[in-house]
Structure formats: C-alpha cells, structure tokens
Ligand binder design. Sequence first.
Ligand SMILES: *Cc1c(COP(=O)(O)O)cnc(C)c1O
Length: 363
Amino acid sequence: MTSQLSFEVRPNPQARSTAERERVLEAPGFGQTFTDHMVSIDFTEGEGWHDARLEPYGPLVLDPATSVFHYAQELFEGLKAYRQANGSIVAFRPYANAARFNASAARMAMPELPEDTFVESLELLVQTDREWVPTTEGHSLYLRPFMIATQAGLGVNYPSKTYRYMVIASPAASYFAGGVKPVSVWLSTEYTRAAPGGTGFAKCGGNYAAAFVAQRQAVAEGCDQVVWLDAVEHRYVEEMGGMNLFFVFGDRLLTPALTGTLLPGITRDSILTFAADLGLTAEEGRLSIEEWQAGCESGELTEVFACGTAAVVTPVGSVKGADRAWTIGDGTPGPVTLKIREELMGIQYGSRPDTHNWVHKIA
Ligand SMILES: *Cc1c(COP(=O)(O)O)cnc(C)c1O
C-alpha cells in the first residue's frame, strides 16, 4: 500500500539490546513496556496531514494550554500484530480499525486520516520493531493508534486547528491474568456510560474517564468488571467495561444491537460473521437484566461471554446488582464460549483457515 505521504525514518540510536528485549518478552504484562519507535503525523487546518515520521519512542513536549488537556478532544484505536506459526506477522482486519478511527474522528470534530495511511503507519512500526512481536502462543504486539488536539489556547468555541496522530506498540500477554477464568460482573444502575446522541460509539478517552468510577464501584462490590445498561431505563444490557457482550441460548447467539451508545467492536462483528461457520445462529437484539436472570434460572440462557481485541473472548460467570445476584450455568467457561475463542485465535494465529480474508500480512 502506498499513500501520498511518505514517512521519514529516524532510527532509535538507543534501541534496547536483545537481552533487554527478551527480558521484557518473557513476561510482557499488558500496556506496560513500549517498543523502540513510534509513528507521528501532524495535521494543520488548510494544509492537511504532514511530517509523517517514524522516530524513537519518547515523551512529548506540549504547551500546558494544549486543547487535549482541557477539552479531551482525543480518540484511539486498539489492535494487535500476531506472529503466526509460519513466522509471518499479521494484523487482524486493520482496515476495520481505520474505518472506525475515522467514524470516531467525525464525531469528535477531528480530521479523518486516509485508511491506507493508517494501515501503512502500522506496517512501518511493526516492520521496524518486528523483533518485539512475541513468539509465545497467545501473546501479541498490541498497537495503539491515537489522535490528540494540539492547538494551545483555552477558547472553547471551535475545535482545534492542529492535531497529531501517533502509533505506539506494546508487547502483550493475556489481558486478564489467569487466561480464560470467568469474570464476575456488576450491573451499574447508578452510572451511565453513554446516552443517545453522545459519544458511546466513538472510541474516545472521555468514555473511559467517565467509566472509572463505576469500575471502581464494581470492584468494591467484589466484582471484576462493570456491565453498562441503557441510559434511559437502566434495564437493557449494553456492554461490559471495554468489551462487547454475547448471550448464548444453546446454539443461538444474541448480542446487543448497535444503537449508537455501544462501541462497534471488530471482535463482535467477526463473531457475528463467523458464527454460521460453527453451526451457530447469531443475531443482534435487546436483552433486559430481568430476561438475563430469568434465562439463567430456566436454563435457556446457557453461557455469556465478553469479547474485544485485548482480552479476546472472556466468559462471564456471575452477575450482581443492587438488588439481585445469580450465576450463569455452573459458573465455569461453557463449550460455545471456548469454541468461539478457539476459532478466533485460530484465525489470528494461523492455525485455522482465514475464509473471510481478515488476516493482513505485515512482515
Ligand atoms: C474497543 C472497545 C470494544 C471492543 O472493540 P474491538 O474492536 O473488538 O477490540 C468494546 N467496547 C468498548 C467500550 C471499547 O472501547
């Protein structure tokens, strides 16, 4: 892929040694350590995107009045580079991330980035720092593209006239320590993540800033994760923390429909698409917390799992709310959840055929 922008390459003279890198790759954690380089591209109103570069990873120097610090005009993406058994490095559906990046940008009054430039920026960083892509099965290089408003000044009447797009990369183990251990969830009826007309469908930091207090409450209630409900009735299930939810009724999957308040997950979309390959039916719809509880009690609702790039497919074992609590199945990972997890990771790591053409070779 080529785009009009050409990237200037400034190699890092202080790149870490093989020994240092291998020490990190032994136990990478999640989002703790970053590779030797990063990508930056600047945008100026009237001029467009310019100064595309790959440069040493390092701190930014920004005026304290920079817009992003005050008004949170910011968005991000998240995807992974996987090392397949044959040695090649691939990304999973990077053009879907490019399209979602631009959908978020439109909502946040920020400039769109050509999709080819987005993908090229990932390719350049991963190719340069390819030694940082873990070889351990289940590990990956997490890629974090993001964009910030960089104009200095406190005026609030107009969006920033300048922006910076960046990509950083971090070797990642499994997101939740302990692998496919089921998580317990807290139904948040006190707080709302997103309301109609708001930014729920955009991958912007503000959604997360507003969510931390509810996540903290979930932990105080003895749960691992928060489940968001609709803003109006606090009754219909939307998503779990930073992941989408699927409800399993035997061989039928149900996931909350994209109403504008949910983040349109690429993992969610992939599962909806490949379900039929596994002999499952999948539909988008609506589920209330009463239906969730009743379905578990009658045995009709057999499994629930959350899905997203970082934690792949994670079973939900139990549910707690202000006035109710119940277990899903027997609280252990169910066969449909495990089958979907295996299929998805199989495509990403190359042990299953890529029948939907989702795997994008990088190196
Ligand atoms: C990123 C994200 C997801 C999952 O999206 P994927 O593309 O599958 O990684 C789900 N919910 C929220 C709130 C998110 O930010």
